[in-house]
Ligand binder design. Structure first.
Ligand code: CA
Ligand code: CA
Ligand code: CA
Length: 454
């Protein structure tokens, strides 16, 4: 069954339509389009909300990478690998052919760049975005313009819009390029390749209780220069979205207002009503966009809403408002610590061994290749690095607020195949499952030399 055949109201083709009609990040073209739309809409113009005094003039600059002093390019490939999950939650890689696909069954690929948080600048800042609108089964290339206000390390990641709802949401799988890139002006980074492990996910189908409709207006109080606005329903933890509807108000050069009507399943109970404006014009609602929330007074978050079995009218939404993205944002966490032998030094290992510290998406139960898509990030220590060392420090870059399986493997035959029969391993706790949270250090992994004699 194709995930595209979802019967609920979603917006699977926003990306396609937008990318065909609008060049990304070319502000003069946006302005021309804005002027044209403004002229056309002049008489209709009661939709503008700019007179409310809430207009921030810098929204356009925020998204205009060309106005940033440090600019460069990031080029590479995003590779999507399919996996299945069995009853025990164990993941197995399947080929596209095995899964019965003849064309890419998911939505667009999103590539984004943030500045790496530092002690003096702890906030991750937008540094660029690119959309791969029609990905290949397997590997798809991208070229992304990136920019920052100062020379900074940037982190590049990709996410797959699995259900094709046009929103990079909490359930969309992601991959992170493990190395930060130091962006000096004019820098070009090639081979910034990212792996994404995609599980087939069930579509959202409303039960027999049917659907209800939520209506209201969504207001943008920033300088609105066009682009779709998505109104969506997420759960109280920011998971989702479960339903999305897209509106596009006329461009006034100031704020904007549009009516929306969102059909959702009945009887969810308490949920959050949020919205995003695709201000970076990449055809997806992503964490870099401007987000807002349901607000009865235009100043405070009035969520949660209670979704029962009756239609819900007059639910106003303000953009921007609320604390960051309305869906759980994609952020990064660093896990660091040391790897050592449980007894003795690395000299206990067979000469020529490599040691890999690996964060996996699932518990390893058989051998796997060190660069398998099951590996989220890893660090390799060669025999030369291990010799004479009592321990080695590792640091892995991972998606925040998720779980990984953190293990160390001694590749004693140095064939790149980890967890071979008889090869020593170490882990954290019983099975290595650790929450990434916001990242932490001080992790101690001891490798047991369990190589059987003879
Ligand atoms: Ca999505
Ligand atoms: Ca966007
Ligand atoms: Ca091996």
């Amino acid at each position: 069954m194709s995930p595209r055949s979802t019967p609920v109201p979603t917006a699977p083709t926003i990306g396609r339509a937008l990318l065909l009609s609008l060049p990304l990040l070319v502000s003069c073209t946006d302005k021309e389009a804005a002027d044209k739309a403004k002229a056309e809409e002049e008489d209709a113009g009661q939709d503008g909300a700019g007179g409310d005094g809430g207009v921030e003039p810098d929204a356009e600059d925020y998204y205009d990478i060309e106005s940033y002093p440090y600019k460069g390019w990031v080029n590479g490939n995003v590779t999507v690998t399919l996996a299945e999950e069995d009853m025990d939650g164990e993941r197995r890689i399947v080929t596209w052919e095995e899964a019965g696909y003849t064309e890419f069954p998911f939505g667009a690929l999103f590539v984004g760049a943030y500045t790496a948080p530092t002690e003096s600048a702890p906030t991750q800042l937008y540094a660029g975005t690119e959309t791969i609108d029609a990905p290949e089964m397997g590997t798809s290339p991208y070229q992304m313009r990136v920019g920052t206000q100062a020379e900074s390390n940037i982190i590049v990641y990709a996410a797959l819009d699995v259900l094709g709802d046009g929103v990079i949401g909490s359930e969309d799988p992601r991959g992170v390029f493990p190395d930060a890139l130091l962006l000096s002006d004019g820098a070009v980074f090639d081979d910034v390749n990212i792996d994404i492990l995609a599980l087939n996910q069930p579509e959202i189908v409303c039960s027999d209780a049917g659907t209800v409709t939520i209506t209201g207006t969504v207001t943008v109080t920033l300088n609105y220069f066009g682009g779709p606005i998505g109104v969506m329903l997420v759960d109280e933890a920011g998971n989702g979205p479960f339903h999305v509807v897209t509106v596009e108000p006329p461009t006034t050069g100031e704020g904007a207002r549009a009516s929306y009507s969102l059909e959702v399943c009945a009887d969810y109970g308490p949920m959050r009503l949020v919205a995003a404006w695709d201000g970076n014009r990449n055809g997806l609602f992503d964490p870099n966009d401007k987000w807002g929330v349901f607000s009865t007074d235009g100043a405070n978050d009035s969520n949660p809403v209670f979704v029962g079995n009756a239609n819900m009218n007059n639910y106003p939404i303000m953009i921007p408002l609320g604390e960051g993205p309305g869906v759980t944002p994609i952020q990064f966490a660093r896990l660091s610590g040391q790897v050592r032998m449980a007894e003795g030094s690395f000299a206990e290992l067979a000469a020529g061994s490599d040691v890999h510290v690996v964060a996996l998406t699932s518990r390893p139960s058989r051998e796997f290749e060190f660069d398998s898509p099951l590996v989220l990030d890893s660090q390799k220590f060669s025999w030369a690095e291990l010799s004479g060392a009592a321990s080695k420090d590792f640091s892995l870059l991972l998606p925040a607020n998720s779980f990984v399986y953190l293990w160390a493997f001694a590749d004693t035959n140095a064939d790149g195949l980890l967890n071979d029969v008889g090869e020593p391993v170490g882990t954290v706790g019983a099975d290595g499952r650790v929450p990434t949270g916001e990242g932490f250090g001080g992790i101690d992994i001891a490798i047991s030399n369990v190589v059987e004699p003879g």
